[in-house]
Structures are given as C-alpha cells and as structure tokens.
Design a protein around this ligand. Structure first.
Ligand SMILES: [Zn+2]
Ligand SMILES: [Zn+2]
Ligand SMILES: [Zn+2]
Length: 464
C-alpha cells in the first residue's frame, strides 16, 4: 500500500471515487517531471514516456518543448496537469508548492471530474484538425470558457491559460467560431507596433517637431508693454525675468506682466507646442509608432457551443466538409429536398421531353490536402471554391452536398453535353479562385442514367 492510500485510510475518507480513474477503473497514473518523493508508488508516479499515464505532474521547472513531448506521448493530449514548481507558462489545472500526500490527495480530487469528462468522449486521434479538436476537448473537459488574460510576457499581451504554452492559436479559435463550434465575447483591443506587431508598447508624449520626449510644461509669460508672449524660460535670466523682445525687466506680476496659460516646450529643439503627440515605443524592437499608425487587434473569450460538443462526439470537424460551406446558401438544398427536385426534373423530362442533367463536382485530393495542409487553409479553400461555384451558376440550377468533398448540381433544360461545358467553366473558376491546388473531377449524366443514381441515394437515405 502506498503512502497516499495509507493516509486516505487513516483519515477515513470513503473509498474515494477520485482515487480510481473513471475510465480504466484502476488507480490513475502520473508522469512526473522531476523527483517523485520517497514513499509514493513507483508505478503510479513514474518518469517514463513509454508507460501509460493519465496526468502529468510538474515537480521541477519544465520547458515548453519537453512539456509538449509528454503531452504528445500521452494517450489523451487533454490530460490534466498539476504544477508544483511555478511553471506559469504551461497549461496547468492545479498548482501547489510541494508534492506530499495531502497535495496528491487534492490533485486526485481536482482531476477526478476532468477525467470523467474526458472519459465521456474517449480520445481518438482525428484525421485532421488535431489542434482544433484539442481546443474543443480542453474547453469541454474543464467545463470552463477559454478565457483570455493579459500577460506581459506574451508578444501580443494576451494569453489563453487553458491552452497553455502553445503558439498563438488565435487563428484556430476564430476559425472554430466562424463555423459555430465556439461562441466568443469581447475581451480587449490591443494595439501593435508597426514594425513587429508586438503589443508590448510604452506610450509617451513627443515633440511634434523633433520627436524628443524631453518636454517640459511651462507657463506662458505675457509682457504688457511690448506685447511679447513666450514660454517663461525665454524670459528667465538668473533670478530675474528679462523680456526677450524689448529687454526690459519684468518686476511686478499683474503690473508688468501676467501668465495667461501653459505651453509644452521641447528641451531638445526649443519648439513650443500646445499639444504634444502621443507616440508608442515598442519594448521588443524599439520602433516608434504614431498613435494613428498602430495596428489593432480584438481579443475574445470563447465558449463551447452545442455544435462544438457534437464535433467532439463525432470526432470530426464539420468545417472539413464541403457541406459546411454550401448548406444555408441560396439554391442549396439538403439531401432529401435535393432528391425531390431531381425526381421532379426527371418527371418533366419524361412528360414534356425536356432535357435534364445532373452534374457532380468532386475534390479528389481532399485526403492528401488534409494530411499536408492546416484546417485553416483547407476551410478557406472550401469557402473560395464554393463561392466561385455558386456565384457563377444559373438561377434555375440547384445544388446539394454529396458526402464530404463533392457537390451535385441539377441542370434543368440542359443536356449532359451542355452540362459538361458548364462544369468545365465552373472548374476553371475554382482553379482561378482557390490558391490551394484542389484536384477537381466533374461528371454529368442525363436521362435514365440519373435514375440509377436516384435509386441508390434513396436507398442510402432509407438505411439511415
Ligand atoms: Zn516592434
Ligand atoms: Zn523638439
Ligand atoms: Zn517686452
């Protein structure tokens, strides 16, 4: 029996559910960076990336790269992390000072609900979008929003502690939001250096003439007799005030002169200004940026939506399917309605002997693109392709998604040969609009050969 178990028994805690991993039903195991104190079970607290573990303990300062290695070697990359060594830059679910039995008990209590939620969706490595899926998984298992915080150590000044030391995931978060998997709320607008985009800026007032910050606020002195009005420093001569214009001495305030206002004068170039410019010097690259030239960035907190939960459940990001981009657009129909329209096209064709064609545009290298490109790149390409197709279609044509990488187009009053021409034109439009190289295959059918297709699709629907 290990120390922890003994203490637990002494304190009379029940056979605490948190002492067992909810999924495996065995005692949870930890990968430990740094020393594991004497008395702990060597199997439960181990230091090998090859043995399975359910959580990570940071018992010494840990670098971002070795941390990511331990996360990547785990069975679930969203596993909880306990930090006992002040690793503020890493993702951590629990912080403490020393790894002793009391602390270990608290870690187990704290991790138990996280393990439960992770076990609800056992981790399977997704084909694509591992980064995005991990974001959703962390948000779900911690049952908390992905909150932004200010962090002076971050180049952009904002960090998401839940996502830890990972590089800037702003793009992924925004992409997930755009397709409804996350919901965002505004946190902060930051301003960036014109040269390096860092938001670590120091604001100061500068002389509009020479840019120096060596400014002083001075009274304006007005000499009644000659009308001279200058900054006070232009009048001072030792302890006396001598007019720079008429060289008279000014003796009595209210009799010889008064001070009608203030002016900001520059010690570097001598210029006097009523309004110095606010400017920003970059703490990272020392470039100076005028207020009006700063770049702006809005930062948000994010929350998981119902759709995001569904993506976790199915282990699939809908934004990797063409359906996510066509559905909801004009002239686009869901499968059942699309098939009804095709049947109607066939009916008109038979009865009135009018031509009707069914075309298909498929992206045949999607698997390859998913392996080599990021979710952001693929989703942008999908959007560009769908826009190009829908924008250059005729009003009477209608569209439906077919699986994850193809769309179907119904062409009323069109022969298959004419549809082939239209499809070739659409293919050229897509090639022009999408920088990512989609391999596009098109085909068109007419007449009774559409019937086989209809029967097959209706059978598929009936099976669902
Ligand atoms: Zn800079
Ligand atoms: Zn100046
Ligand atoms: Zn004077």
């Amino acid at each position: 029996m290990n120390e922890f178990a003994k203490i637990e028994r002494q304190e009379g805690t029940n056979s605490a559910p948190e002492s067992l991993h909810p999924f495996s039903g065995t005692a949870p195991r930890f990968f430990v960076f740094g020393p594991a104190p004497h008395g702990f079970d060597r199997e439960q607290l181990q230091a090998s990336l090859h043995a399975p573990y359910d959580a990570i303990i940071l018992n010494r300062p840990v670098g971002a790269a070795e941390f990511e290695d331990a996360v990547a070697a785990a069975a679930d990359p969203a596993l909880p992390v306990a930090d006992l060594a002040g690793n503020t830059h890493l993702r951590r679910d629990f912080t403490g000072d020393a790894l002793d039995p009391g602390c270990f008990d608290a870690v187990l209590k704290h991790f138990s609900p996280i393990w439960k939620r992770l076990a609800a969706f056992p981790y399977r490595s997704p084909d694509m979008g591992a980064e995005e899926m991990l974001i959703l998984r962390l948000a779900y298992s911690r049952a908390e929003p992905i909150s932004a915080v200010l962090d002076p150590a971050a180049h952009g000044l904002v960090r998401y502690p839940l996502l830890g030391a990972r590089a800037d995931l702003r793009g992924e978060l925004e992409n997930l939001t755009e397709y409804g998997l996350l919901r965002r709320s505004h946190f902060m607008r930051t301003h960036g250096c014109r040269k390096c985009d860092s938001a670590r800026l120091h604001a100061y007032e500068a002389c509009p003439s020479c840019g120096s910050s060596d400014l002083q606020d001075e009274a304006i002195v007005h000499h009644y007799r000659c009308g001279a009005q200058e900054a006070e420093s232009h009048f001072t001569s030792g302890h006396r005030l001598i007019c720079p214009k008429c060289h008279d001495e000014l003796r009595h305030y209210g009799v010889d002169y008064d001070k009608p206002g203030h002016v900001v004068s520059c010690r570097a170039c001598g210029a006097a200004n009523s309004e110095p410019d606010p400017v920003f010097i970059c703490l990272d690259c020392a470039a100076v940026t005028a207020g009006s030239d700063l770049s702006q960035k809005n930062w948000y907190h994010y929350e998981l939506t119902e759709e995001g939960l569904q993506a976790l459940q199915t282990n699939h990001l809908p934004l990797l399917d063409i359906a996510a981009y066509v559905n909801g657009r004009t002239r686009v129909f869901h499968q059942r309605d699309f098939l009804l329209l095709v049947s109607e096209g066939m009916r008109v064709m038979r009865r009135f002997e009018r031509p009707f064609a069914l075309g298909r545009i498929a992206i045949s290298n999607l698997e390859e693109l998913r392996e080599t490109r990021s979710v952001t790149e693929v989703s942008l390409a999908f959007r560009q392709a769908v826009d190009a197709i829908l924008d250059s279609m005729h009003d009477c044509d209608f569209v439906g998604a077919d699986g994850t990488a193809a769309i179907l187009i119904g062409f009323p009053e069109t022969t298959a040969a004419q549809a082939e021409i239209a499809l070739a034109r659409l293919r050229a439009k897509v090639a022009e609009a999408v920088p990512l190289s989609f391999a596009i295959e098109t085909s068109a059918d007419e007449g009774e050969s559409i019937l086989d297709f209809l029967i097959q699709k209706e059978n598929e629907l009936a099976d669902e």
